[in-house]
Design a protein around this ligand. Sequence first.
Ligand code: SF4
Length: 320
Amino acid sequence: MSTEWDNIQQLDSTEGNVSKFVFTKDSAVAEAVLYRYPTYADRTVICCSTQSGCPVGCRFCGAGDNFVRNLTAAEITSQPLHLLEQIAATEGTLVQDMAKLQIMFMSMGEPMLNQKSLLPALSELNQLHPKAALLVSSSGPRVNYDRFIELSQEISSIGLQFSIHESTDEARDKLIPFKAKLTLAEIAEMGERWAMATGRRPFFNYCVHESNSSLADVGRLLKLFDPEVWEATLSVICERDETLSIAHRRQQELTGAFMRKVLGAGYSARMFDPAGQDDIGGGCGQLHYVQQWFKEHPDKARPSIGFALPVVHAPIEVKR
Ligand code: SF4
């Protein structure tokens, strides 16, 4: 077991393709999620945490109400490395047997608020597993991106995704209350800067709900995010509490319908459906075990900006 953590709990989804790992020690909690599509040898995806809790406070996210601390580089790398060890031990699948390995920095925490640990973690993972795609997913805090862009020039397997989720800043401010963040126009500019520097295409991630999935939304996205530069990830929304599979199916249909509009507008798009959410809370924002840890460690988990704000279970109504 990793020496970085006192305890690592593994929870497997009943359909068998998703496992969640909860890493705990006295001073922090982290979560990582492991997916296979359909086998680890075909495609392995790992989502890992960069902070314990999160100061950003997204209203759909179970980690966003409390912040504990930044994770160290070793605490970040230990998550994917432990998961890869587990796959080798239980399935006999080694990294060199995997046709595709993606490590995503998107489970808990805002990676760009912890670049001090993120950047060395990216370098170390790249050294250990050069074939692994390393995707950093960010809500776009207003910080300096220079060093991240430089490292992305050096390491060609680093990818960048911005979680935008809405087509107007007004709606986005309600969903992501963290104030020191880039506007949508500034995100568009930053993504183009990264694309110019690296020669690779950034993604925008968009959680689809009933109030942000019209043709007018696609029109606004088109004005900001050039389909020649940007690719779209459309995410199926997960509730932050244990949820019903009926609601999940409805979200899948909604996302599928929006996907057709986005493709029609000329974007290259893919759908991200956090499978395994029904029984282990595998989806982004569904950090049930983390929320429990917060309750048990009130002295460590400080309320973040989202703490007193209403939770978003249903789409937010925003006048346009
Ligand atoms: S979705 Fe990500 S950035 Fe937003 S509060 Fe949750 S962990 Fe933080």
